[in-house]
Design a protein around this ligand. Structure first.
Ligand code: ITT
Length: 209
């Protein structure tokens, strides 16, 4: 029997990546299947805090869905940490350019702000990592979600390259590569990414539990 998972994300790029990485054995739904689910204010100071908030909000909202008694809710909070910026944009990655809690900024604006912040920094000062925390919660319960994290080390390029992926992918060069995720594409990103690392841990946990 495939496991039923509702992915608590409104980011279509993320949900596509998660679905591709989960593969067979999972029946995935997304927020597209629940367009009236409430929006969550991502105001926690950690990725884990926001991931838990997103997961539990959807568990609560789904409590009357009768076909979801045996299911799971999976939330992903993720972002980019740049060492010389003290870990920024961090939990504020999606809204870096706007500087507010409300509403994500366009990817191009976030990327332009990051390049401006790093102007004149040589490559050895452009170290960065993607970080992802996944919160997995059982539908129908309010138990604390299980958390899985993943990171992907690399550095920030001097100019955007490639149109694959989303977010900061055109600027992020993973360790041991010379091209950005925007150029390398989904297959290589799917082996190296922070999201893939977190999902590997989640799958292992599900097999053992
Ligand atoms: P949901 O909260 O609905 O899942 P979101 O886009 O708001 O969607 P986050 O709050 O977790 O998600 O913000 C993640 C941001 O971090 C995302 O908008 C990108 O800017 C960046 N990011 C995360 N993972 C990334 C990846 O794999 N490639 C490029 N950028 C990524």
């Amino acid at each position: 029997m495939p496991k039923l998972i509702v992915i608590a994300s409104g980011n279509a790029h993320k949900t596509r990546e998660i679905q591709a990485l989960l593969g067979d054995g999972f029946e995935c739904r997304t927020l597209n299947d629940y367009p009236d689910a409430p929006e969550v204010e991502e105001d926690a100071s950690t990725f884990a805090g926001n991931a838990v908030k997103k997961a539990l909000s959807l568990v609560d909202w789904l409590k009357h869905e009768e076909d979801l008694t045996e299911g799971w809710v999976l939330a992903d909070d993720s972002g980019l940490e740049v060492d010389c910026l003290d870990g920024a944009p961090g939990v504020r990655s999606a809204r870096y350019a706007s500087g507010t809690h409300e509403g994500n900024s366009p990817d191009e604006a976030n990327n332009a702000k990051l390049l401006a912040e790093l102007r004149s920094k040589p490559q050895h000062q452009r170290a960065a990592r993607f970080r992802c925390v996944m919160a997995l919660a059982r539908t129908g319960t309010y138990a604390h979600p299980q958390l899985f994290d993943g990171t992907c080390e690399g550095h920030i390029a001097e100019a955007p390259a490639g149109s694959k992926g989303f977010g900061y992918d055109p600027l992020f060069v993973p360790e041991n590569f010379e091209d950005t995720f925007g150029t390398l594409g989904a297959e290589i990103k799917g082996m190296l990414s922070h999201r893939a690392a977190a999902l590997r841990k989640m799958k292992e946990w599900l097999e053992a539990n």
